[in-house]
Design a protein around this ligand. Sequence first.
Ligand code: BG6
Ligand code: MG
Length: 215
Amino acid sequence: MKIEACIFDLDGVIVDTAKYHYLAWEKLAKELGFNFSKKDNERLKGVSRMRSLDILLEIGNLNLNNSEKIELAKKKNSWYVEYISKMTPEEILPGVVSFLKSLKDNGIKTAIGSASKNALTIIERTDLLKYFDTIIDGNKVSEAKPNPEVFLKAAKELNIKIENSIVFEDAKAGIEAAKNGGFYCIGIGSADILYKANRVIPDFKNFTIANLAVL
Ligand code: BG6
Ligand code: MG
């Protein structure tokens, strides 16, 4: 494969923000009178904010109307934003920066393809803006993953061929989105969960541009 571009999911691939999402959802669940476990949180990875809230309410056996749900999502987001606005570059996952640098050095284009509406805050706080040619986030798409819209938009903005690009994802829904869009997809995490990816790596620690050459 002649690789023209790499498209990265943000949460769980570039930075570990799942812990902040968890803290904020857990606080909301407590306020609503039930417990929300770390295992439950797995179900929210890659899932949009409103869909995440629906899953949370399902766990708590609560039925709320739309305006109540909007208020709760706002509340959760304000707590989440409090956490991420204190993030530093130290929270970038291991191996990520050197991999991004080598892509730049080798003329491979890069994009973020994230469901989050807070992507830009995270990228700015961690000083990563300079590594990406384009950022497609939750503010720029209307369809949530597993719909491929976010990755297709990134490919279009980069002006590259889908078959010459790779998507990096840590969530099931994200891998499905990449595959639905016709992309080669590398899962970040465990193969038990991410078996639909073309290949799974635990993290970027020992992953270099040389690994791309053999795809
Ligand atoms: C995804 C996360 O990247 O973004 C999900 O994996 C999150 O857990 C989703 O719900 C939406 O994020 P935000 O920041 O717009 O609430
Ligand atoms: Mg993710």
